[in-house]
Design a protein around this ligand. Structure first.
Ligand SMILES: [Zn+2]
Ligand SMILES: [Zn+2]
Length: 390
């Protein structure tokens, strides 16, 4: 593995930063101390710091030595937020904030970018500009990436392309997965409210029973993906919540069913939402019930620009050697708000192997693998220096 020598030197302090952020986790839009810590470091490195994007978001601007010769630029993004859950790792740098935990490795993502920022500010061996984007609120549908865009990320700064990393348990350390195109699903929350007519359980003939309609709807919806979606398209529909009824001898007025639809592109998403509505409506009609479909839109699909993904693959393989890329590139049905940035600018989001033995993301036992710190920082630096070549 070819770790940049100047980044190798930064490993002890990168570990310290990472453990500090890990110990002091903050959740969506509350990343005030984390943001202060990162901004202070960027200032120390001599980097121009802009704050207040999406609340706690930061943009660090690094001009190359050869600034006058090019107006090329790249945006490198890391996420800063933790999750609302209690850590059980028993590490010495375990969370000090009860009920909050860095269980997705965003402490590591921020640190890898800080390490690269320090190196790039020291050397500035490129022409053009590197924008280091530290975003709030990736988790839980809070869309910190979108909030930064709404606050002018791409209008106040001239950013040609955007790049992201997520650590990925299960993929060996030193390897990456870089999808040419579709990487991660879009996810929407759906809520079906079935309106019937309640009454006495012993006199069903005077009611329109929404419990029976809910049962028919759930069963009928199992055919939406299996029988109505083109087998070459992908989507997942999981119904995960059902609420209704209050007594053993009363037919309720209504029942609600909730769940999530995951899809790989807008066309499939729109098609499936239409089908869900039609299937539910027909199933409820059998029993004279009405149904309302509420859609709470989630993150769009994460789709890498193919040329950018090929470019990132080349940089990664040139840096870490033949065999460092997972060629299967299996996508996942989880979602990611970097998708909003990829809708605005070309770029690529890569999964950086966190090792086969790493705990899974969002586990109470998870801890970011520090071996990745110099790998991620080296990749970022090489990517910047290669794109912004003199
Ligand atoms: Zn996560
Ligand atoms: Zn994450």
């Amino acid at each position: 593995m070819n770790i940049n020598k100047q980044i190798q030197v930064l490993i002890p302090e990168m570990r310290e930063w990472r453990h500090h952020i890990h110990q002091n986790p903050e959740i969506a839009y509350e990343e005030n101390n984390t943001s202060d810590f990162i901004a202070k470091k960027l200032n120390e490195f001599g980097i121009e710091v802009h704050r207040g994007f999406g609340g706690t978001g930061i943009v660090g601007v690094i001009h190359g030595q050869h600034k006058g010769t090019s107006n090329k630029s790249i945006g490198i993004r890391a996420d800063m937020d933790a999750l609302p859950m209690s850590e059980k790792t028993n590490l010495i740098y375990s969370s000090k904030n009860e009920g909050k935990m860095h269980a997705c490795g965003h402490d590591g993502h921020s640190t890898m970018l800080l390490g690269a920022a320090k190196y790039l500010a020291q050397t500035r061996n490129f022409c053009g500009t590197v924008y280091c984007i530290f975003q709030p609120a990736e988790e839980g549908g809070n869309a910190g990436a979108k909030a930064m865009i709404n606050d002018g990320l791409f209008t106040k700064f001239h950013i040609d392309s955007v790049w992201g990393i997520h650590n990925w348990p299960g993929v060996p350390v030193g390897q990456a997965v870089i999808h040419k195109g579709f990487a991660m699903a879009g996810g929407d929350i759906i809520i079906l409210t079935i309106e019937g007519k309640g009454g006495h359980a012993a006199q069903p003939q005077f009611s329109n029973d929404p419990i029976v309609s809910a049962g028919l709807t759930i069963t009928a919806l199992q055919t939406a993906i299996s029988r109505q979606l083109n087998p070459f398209d992908q989507a997942v529909l999981s119904l995960t919540k059902i609420n209704g009824g209050s007594a053993f001898n009363v037919i309720p007025d209504n029942v609600s069913i909730g769940g999530t639809l995951r899809s790989t592109n807008k066309k499939t998403r729109d098609e499936m939402l239409t089908k869900i509505k039609k299937i539910a409506s027909n199933a409820c009609d059998i029993n004279n019930c009405k149904v309302n479909l509420e859609i709470r839109p989630g993150y769009p699909s994460t789709i890498n620009d193919i040329k950018s993904a090929e470019f990132a693959s080349k940089v990664f393989e040139d840096t870490f050697g033949i065999g460092s890329l997972d060629k299967i590139e299996k996508p996942t049905m989880t979602s990611e708000d970097f998708s909003y940035m990829l809708q605005e600018k070309p770029g690529a989001y890569i999964w950086l192997g966190a090792g086969e033995n790493s705990e899974k993301l969002h586990s109470v036992y998870y801890d970011f693998n520090d071996e990745l710190l110099p790998i991620g920082a080296t990749y970022w630096s090489n990517l910047a220096e290669t794109i912004l070549t003199k």
